[in-house]
Design a protein around this ligand. Structure first.
Ligand SMILES: [Zn+2]
Length: 321
């Protein structure tokens, strides 16, 4: 049977419901917070408050895209999921290299060794310290995606090692791969790298693609079978929502609406209502879907992007087929 792996257990794809496909709920530790203090999302209570709001607007699931060493709190995610009824999919894998000290083990271990650590987080449980040791202490939460990231216009050696490890872990577990693209760059390079390592693009989600709202490129990416995640709603410092609406329309008109996902990626205190900021995790459901309706999208098209596409994107592949 096909399944999606959440921090509280496996769920059938049909049970996922309205999904925010790239989000951050807890970022409680790590170099990432020294580099960017506004990323600190360390309150379980505020996590519950924000996700209750998301749930009250119809949200039923979200993908928590914080990987190893980037502040994950798997037990905290379990508490928030249990308290709010929002299904949370958590990540193993790595963020971009700048979020890790030069001394981090990711720069010393081989792809095979790193893959083993990813696989154990998918199959047994997420290591609570991100393998910073010396003891292994696993959460009951298991990872449901493998995150990898490239930087602006480059994939350095450590990044390529992470992609290799992700491919090995995907082949063994079937867990889908979710990538970070920096400003939407390196999308084709990421897909080519993963395809060369044996991953079918239909198990790959490329995040932040709307930072480069280039319809030609997006069609090329979608035609591989990969999913494109857009997280521009409410973040008009990058571009107006009219740009995003035009991009989604172009994709739908090209028959590629089945490859689009929407996320919030509200990974800042200043983006959360519970911390006194905005637009909040619920923004997509509170405002952006109304905007889509005003601009002529049908409920079916909206449901595809929020319900049916995530149910395909985050399903585990059958292993060995
Ligand atoms: Zn993110």
């Amino acid at each position: 049977m096909t399944f999606i792996r959440s921090v509280l257990g496996d769920v059938p794809p049909s049970a996922l419901g309205v999904t925010n496909s790239h989000e951050h709920v807890l970022i409680a530790s790590g170099l990432i917070l020294k580099l960017e203090p506004d990323f600190r999302l360390d309150s379980i209570e505020k996590g519950i408050e924000e996700l209750c709001d998301f749930h009250s607007k119809g949200g039923r699931a979200l993908v928590e895209a914080s990987p190893i060493g980037a502040g994950r709190d798997p037990d905290g995610l379990r508490s928030i999921s249990a308290a709010t009824g929002v299904t949370i999919i958590s990540a193993t894998g790595f963020h971009k290299t700048k979020y890790y000290l030069d001394s981090h083990w990711r720069f010393r271990y081989s792809a095979d060794e790193i893959a083993r650590l990813f696989i154990e987080e998918i199959e047994i449980g997420i290591e609570k310290s991100g393998y910073e040791g010396p003891f292994i202490r696993r959460s009951e939460a298991r990872a449901g995606i493998i995150k990898v990231a490239s930087d602006y216009q480059v994939m350095d050696l450590a990044t390529r090692t992470a992609f290799q490890a992700a491919a090995i872990a995907h082949a063994q577990t079937g867990a889908p791969v979710l990538t970070h693209t920096e400003m939407g760059t390196m999308a084709i390079a990421q897909l080519e790298t993963l395809a060369a390592l044996g991953i079918d693009s239909k198990h790959v989600v490329l995040s932040h693609m709307d930072r480069n709202p280039d319809l030609h490129l997006h069609k090329e990416v979608a035609q591989t079978g990969a999913f494109l995640e857009y997280d521009g709603p409410g973040r008009v410092k990058y571009f107006p929502e009219s740009t995003l609406i035009g991009l989604i329309r172009g994709m739908v008109e090209a028959g590629l609406g089945g490859q689009i996902l929407l996320g919030g990626d509200t990974a800042r205190r200043s983006y959360w209502k519970a911390y006194g900021g905005g637009p909040g995790v619920a923004y997509i459901l509170e405002h952006f879907t109304d905007r889509m309706r005003c601009d002529g999208f049908s409920q079916q098209q909206i449901d595809d992007i929020l319900i049916h596409n995530p149910a395909r994107a985050f399903v585990f592949a059958k292993v060995g087929t």
